[in-house]
Design a protein around this ligand. Structure first.
Ligand code: NAP
Length: 362
């Protein structure tokens, strides 16, 4: 039996240039040296599925392709192989998936260490026909990166996924730029290299199946990707991008902002740290590890962020007013109490007190 076409029991294999479904009807000159040479070479070559568009569902290529699609392992291409892209790659490769990467900078060495194939040229990466394109670029560069990807070189039904910390923006971008054949999954792993360094157990993973084809191959592929995170113990939460952004502005953006404000204060560890203070120091460490570009993206590309920043400022002002209001009352009381029983003809006695109060108030 021909090793290239094990499911077919013809005595002669087809010429490689002939379409497979013409195979049984064509005639060969088996004595032809050319044919024999080609046959021998082909017998020892690994099977590669080509021209799938021309194959019928019952053809061998289609069946192999279907089996490949059903296997649990995915071929995932990470676009943007910086801090977060590499962090994800570690776990994805550990689970046995094939990982490819492309980035603006050359990360060949770190990719090699992680068992990832690095492609400086995005055309070469797309020609590898990954199952998934995983966008890990900075929020503010995503539009440019996505628009410059040669998506015409991908398989027609590639699954596009992003991990951006804002969700409405990439969702709209995907819908706007990607042809209808591509599936879209928007996700946000709500942890990073710092908070997830000891494992991902119980860490939240948010996702929105924006456009996943109804056939089983497509939905399986999406589930297999989600399973990477479920398998690590993440808390899987399905949520619309809009809902995510509303919650994230009130939680994540505020966390990053407070962390950065405290970072600017230059907090130092002391010999008498309380538990609460330790938490603050940890917050500063966690947030300062992320790039400023990431923080700026959280502000610029989440429409709810400005409102949260204003609320934070108002809350700070309200607290200050409360403190100083109380101080005013105490000082005013002291001022009038100390004036009581004083000789009105000797104002000098009250003057130092009044001026120090005025200084305190300003
Ligand atoms: P980042 O500063 O947000 O993004 C860095 C990545 O963006 C690098 O791969 C970088 O490529 C690429 N990039 C930046 N400007 C570019 C440009 N003009 N053209 C092409 N590529 C450009 O830091 P990050 O922490 O790695 O985050 C990546 C994504 O993951 C972000 O969207 C972020 O919101 C999301 N995310 C991060 C975390 C986290 O904890 N860090 C958690 C969840 C989600 P080069 O390195 O090649 O220059």
């Amino acid at each position: 039996m021909c090793t290239l076409f094990p499911t077919l029991h013809h005595s002669k294999p087809p010429h490689p240039c002939l379409p497979l479904n013409n195979y049984s009807s064509c005639s060969f000159h088996s004595s032809s040296l050319t044919f024999r040479a080609a046959h021998c070479t082909l017998q020892h070559r690994a099977i590669r599925i080509r021209a799938l568009d021309a194959a019928q569902p019952y053809d061998y290529e289609s069946q192999i392709h279907a089996n490949h699609q059903n296997s649990t392992k995915l071929k995932i291409a990470i676009i943007g192989f910086g801090n977060f892209g590499q962090f994800l790659a570690k776990t994805i490769t550990k689970q046995g998936h094939i990982v490819l990467a492309h980035s603006r900078s050359n990360y060949s060495e770190s990719a090699h260490r992680l068992g990832v194939s690095f492609f400086s040229d995005p055309h070469d990466l797309c020609e590898e026909h990954p199952d998934v394109i995983l966008l890990c670029t900075s929020i503010i560069s995503t539009k440019y990166v996505l628009s410059s990807l040669p998506i015409q070189r991908l398989k027609r039904n590639t699954l596009f996924i992003d991990v951006l910390s804002v969700k409405e923006f990439p969702k709209n971008l995907f819908l706007q730029i990607l042809p209808l054949e591509f599936d879209i999954l928007c996700t946000h792993p709500m942890f990073g290299p710092e908070s997830g360094k000891k494992g991902w157990k119980d860490l939240p993973f948010i996702y929105d199946k924006v456009r996943i084809g109804t056939d089983q191959l497509r939905s399986n592929r999406c589930e297999r990707f989600l399973n990477i995170f479920a398998q690590e113990g993440c808390k899987m939460m399905e949520m619309s991008c809009m809902e995510h952004d509303k919650y994230a502005a009130g939680s994540q953006f505020i966390t990053h902002t407070v962390g950065r404000v405290l970072g600017k204060l230059g907090l130092q560890s002391t010999p008498i740290n309380t538990k609460g203070y330790e938490v603050l120091l940890e917050l500063v460490e966690n947030t300062s590890g992320d790039s400023y570009e990431l923080y700026y993206g959280l502000f610029m590309y989440n429409t709810n962020a400005t409102e949260q920043l204003e609320r934070l400022e108002m809350a700070f002002d309200a607290l200050k007013k409360q403190l100083f209001g109380q101080l005013h009352d105490i000082l005013r009381k002291q001022l009038f109490d100390s004036n009581e029983g004083l000789d009105a003809t000797s104002p000098t006695k009250t003057k130092p007190k009044a001026s120090s109060i005025a200084e305190t108030l300003t």
